[in-house]
Design a protein. Structure first.
Length: 275
């Protein structure tokens, strides 16, 4: 299992600084926030994209994913959403990232949200497949459980589309990690973790200081990685575990350089204990 961390919570941090932190703290990969206010976003021209590729290559750190914000289940016209998805997928391709993250973002009508998400993801999956990347639907907002995401992905039925398991959202929705993994295993790109104090208090804590079932998740992922030939529905093995840092939305959270070595040590310990 390889470890990555997300830049979602460190707005505006230059790529060289992010890579330096990864190298010094021993992380293997980075999930970049692909938003216009960030250094890396779909508006970059070709020379700027090539510069990012070179920076990652020189550091030896992997660009795991570009985390974008198209909302696949949100009501409205498909065209602008798919335009944003296409731009995000092209960016991931140009930067050499295997994944691009999208949100559900639907409303209270799950049937309508499912139909919209399936329709858009089918088209997005075909685009992604042609570019050699995968579009990952995160367990979030309207589709926060493995049950929700798998229901959509079963209908999409395309290898270009998969799932990003955000453990906090599935757990807060009352879904047991083993059930989440059973449902999402065939579709998983990678898994995103953090820790929180309670279902009601989502202020991020370093892994191990809160209540999220990270030990259970580590055991499930280790079991999948060790399996020689996973059975259908039991997962295909997940290579990446990504820690999500969210100081952007929670200013009281400790600084990233201080936390990274401890986070890496804790996650590696969980994986070793589960082996």
């Amino acid at each position: 299992m390889r470890l990555a961390f997300s830049t979602l919570g460190v707005p505006g941090m230059p790529v060289p600084e992010v890579l330096d932190l990864a190298v010094r703290s021993g992380f293997h990969g980075i999930e970049l926030r692909g938003h216009p206010e960030e250094p890396v976003h779909p508006g970059l021209d070709l020379s700027e994209r090539q510069r990012v590729v070179q920076q990652f290559a020189e550091s030896g750190v992997t660009l795991l994913s570009v985390a974008g914000y198209p909302r696949m289940a949100e009501s409205g016209d498909d065209a602008p959403v798919l335009e944003d998805v296409r731009a995000l997928l092209q960016l991931a391709h140009d930067l050499g990232a295997p994944y691009a993250r999208v949100f559900p973002g639907g409303g209270p009508d799950l049937a309508e949200g499912d139909a919209t998400a399936v329709r858009r993801l089918r088209e997005a999956a075909a685009i992604a497949d042609g570019l050699g990347v995968r579009v990952l639907l995160e367990t979030h907002d309207s589709h926060s459980t493995g049950t929700d995401a798998a229901r959509v992905l079963r209908e999409v039925d395309h290898p270009g589309a998969g799932a990003l398991w955000d453990v906090m959202h599935t757990w807060r929705a009352g879904e047991d990690p083993e059930e989440t993994y059973r449902l999402l295993g065939p579709y998983l790109g990678y898994v995103q973790v953090k820790d929180i104090a309670s279902r009601e208090d989502t202020t991020p804590l370093p892994p191990g200081e809160g209540v999220l079932p990270l030990t259970d998740v580590a055991e499930l992922l280790t079991r999948a990685t060790d399996a020689e030939t996973p059975a259908p529905g039991e997962g295909t093995g997940v290579e990446w575990l990504c820690w999500e840092y969210e100081k952007r939305w929670y200013p009281e959270v400790r600084e990233l350089p201080e936390l990274l070595p401890k986070v890496r040590e804790h996650l590696l310990g969980l994986l070793a204990d589960a082996a």
